[in-house]
Design a protein. Structure first.
Lengths: 228, 381
């Protein structure tokens, strides 16, 4: 660990894994690696160079993004979209502890290891994110975490369970609708409660009369406007 | 012993070519065919039982090696035994062995790949016939004129290992070029030769010794656990594909390795085509790629072996194509606020922040406030 750095810096790690990399011929591996590097070069350009470290993995690439989970998610989505033609890529995103080795000897940490494990579970062209990444995303932009819907709990070969989430484009819309419906119901309930309380207090006839008196001028004005 | 003799079997000794762990290699003449050969002698065990066993094994291995006729394999002509000395008459080759050539440094990339390809083809031929070399190392690879290379001493390692095993209870050989399964004393197959050839290829390409250490235990540990640095990190001018070829040949798990030498030879042919198609770079600089210099780790190697093994599992090197120095500088010397933020794990979003920043929640909250006000006004206004 470097001398001045925080004890265990937390970062979002995007692990882009080429599917079945080890089983491919070396010539294909070289081609896929070059393709992956091109994809990463394009997608990583969006992130401030002071906020990202690109690491080489045997079967892919890991991008460590500092304090920008939203950027990490966008990077993963863009990489998968860019790789759709001919590059069998999957992505795992995690937010966790990372550690830099002295002399720029690379990075390690649970943040990276879990991202790599998650990428193993993702199907080609799909991404999966951990609960901690979802929390990090929510902390930066509350509400954005709704874009990651539960995908299940997976156990890695080290018998560690991961609660994972996958992107769901329609989830934010559904959430908005749900909240809007809840707003309508609650508004109706509160207004209805007010009316109920007034009726209980004054009786029905006086209430209807007073409402009619108050509303009538507006209704007349409205009818006049419509008749022109 | 044999050194003082004028003949061994029907072979007339002309001179000594070298000495090894098993015996002496002579330059000899076969009077029957008027042909000069390399005569490798192997001293048989002293006790009668061991000697019989050894002799049986020697004849079996020599017979198997004699069936191998391939441009990449040194041909065995004849074998026999005389006065406690077994001998093998082999093709006498001019040229030098790869071990001597490597003392001068790395081979030019195309030459290194070509040598490895020829050896891989030779090994592939032997593996198809069920023969595993078990001791692929630079000392067993002969470099000939016009870029030819041949591998020799098929099966001899097995005899040597078996012999020493009975004597001392240890597996002997050349651990630096052994596969992890060979070091562990597990049964080996053709994939073990592929691992050994991977080490030889690495050394030919980079000129640096892989898995080298001061003592045998450390070498064996390195073979089993240490991951190699990709050759292009040491020699950026090498094609990237070689990283994958070497990585696959050097997989610790035999199941993840090349499954046969022909597959390795095919990949090396592709690398060779790429190397030959490259325009010559007079400065020796890499063409077409930007390389960021990575300093070698200055960490002391004092960790316990197990700790090192765990660290190498998850440790990922920096990608050379991308300059990550700005972020690393930020991590090395973060500002006060940045330091706190970087060290902090994600916290649950509070109620007020949720209302202020989360659109649907904010709208729901505003609607509730307005509805509550309206309800209250209606009730009591």
């Amino acid at each position: 660990m470097l001398p001045g750095m925080p004890a265990s810096p937390q970062a979002s790690v995007v692990f882009l894994k080429v599917q079945d990399f080890a089983r491919r011929a070396a010539s294909e591996q070289a081609r896929l690696r070059a393709q992956l590097e091109a994809v990463v070069a394009v997608t990583v350009a969006e992130i401030d160079p002071a906020s990202r470290v690109v690491l080489e993995a045997g079967d892919g690439v890991a991008v460590v993004v500092l304090r920008e989970p939203r950027g990490a998610l966008r990077l993963a989505e863009r990489a998968l979209a860019a790789a759709a033609a001919g590059l069998p890529l999957s992505a795992g995103i995690n937010h966790g502890a990372v550690q830099v080795f002295k002399g720029n000897g690379g990075m390690t940490g649970d943040g990276i290891a879990v991202a790599a494990a998650i990428a193993e579970f993702a199907a080609p062209s799909h991404l999966l994110a951990s609960r901690s990444f979802r929390d990090a995303l929510a902390e930066v932009v509350p509400g954005l975490e709704a874009a990651l819907a539960p995908a299940g709990t997976f156990t890695d070969p080290g018998l560690r369970s991961h609660e994972l989430f996958g992107p769901d484009r329609s989830a934010p819309r559904r959430r908005r609708r749900r909240y809007a419906a809840a707003s309508v119901v609650l508004v109706l309930a509160l207004v209805g409660g007010g009316i109920g309380a007034r009726i209980a207090k004054e009786g029905r006839e006086p209430f209807v009369k007073s409402v009619t008196q108050k509303v009538q001028p507006y209704l007349r004005a409205l009818v006049r406007k419509l008749s022109y | 012993m044999a050194a003082k003799k004028k003949t061994i079997g029907r072979y007339k000794i002309l001179g000594e070519l070298g000495r090894g762990a098993m015996g002496i290699v002579y330059r000899a003449q076969d009077p029957a065919l008027d042909r000069v050969v390399a005569l490798k002698t192997i001293i048989l065990a002293d006790d009668a039982e061991g000697r019989e066993e050894y002799q049986k094994r020697f004849f079996l291995e020599a017979k198997a090696a004699g069936k191998l006729t391939h441009p990449g394999i040194v041909t065995t002509y004849d074998f026999g035994e005389q006065d406690g000395v077994a001998y093998l008459a082999m093709e006498l080759l001019e040229g030098t062995d790869l071990r001597a050539r490597l003392k001068e440094g790395a081979l030019p990339p195309a030459e290194a790949v070509e040598v490895a390809r020829q050896v891989a083809e030779g090994l592939g031929f032997a593996h198809e016939r069920g023969i595993v070399h078990r001791d692929v190392k630079p000392g067993n690879i002969r470099l000939l004129e016009r870029g030819r290379a041949k591998i020799m001493d098929f099966g001899l390692a097995r005899m040597r290992a078996a012999d020493h095993k009975t004597v001392t209870g240890m597996v002997l050989g050349t651990p630096k070029y052994m596969s992890p399964e060979q070091v562990a004393g597990s049964p080996v197959d053709q994939r073990s030769d592929i691992f050994s050839l991977g080490i030889v290829l690495y050394e030919m390409l980079t000129g640096s010794r892989l898995f080298g250490a001061e003592d045998m235990t450390q070498i064996m540990h390195n073979v089993t656990y240490q991951e190699h640095e990709p050759p292009t990190r040491l020699k950026p001018e090498l094609p990237a594909m070689l990283d994958f070829v070497v990585a696959r040949a050097l997989k610790k798990d035999p199941a993840a390795r090349y499954q046969d030498a022909a597959e390795l030879a095919a990949d090396l042919s592709t690398c060779l085509a790429e190397l030959r198609a490259r325009p010559a770079s007079p400065s020796g600089e890499p063409t077409g790629t930007r390389t960021v210099k990575i300093e070698r780790s200055a960490e002391p190697l004092s960790d316990a072996p197990a700790a090192r093994a765990i660290a190498t599992d998850t440790r990922l090197p920096l990608a050379r194509q991308f300059d990550s120095s700005a972020a690393l500088d930020r991590l090395a010397a973060p500002s006060g606020r940045d330091r706190r933020r970087l060290a902090r794990a994600p916290r649950p979003v509070g109620f007020v922040r949720r209302i202020l920043a989360d659109g649907p929640v904010r709208r729901l909250f505003v609607a509730l406030v307005i509805a509550a006000a309206a309800g209250g006004y209606i009730a009591w206004g």
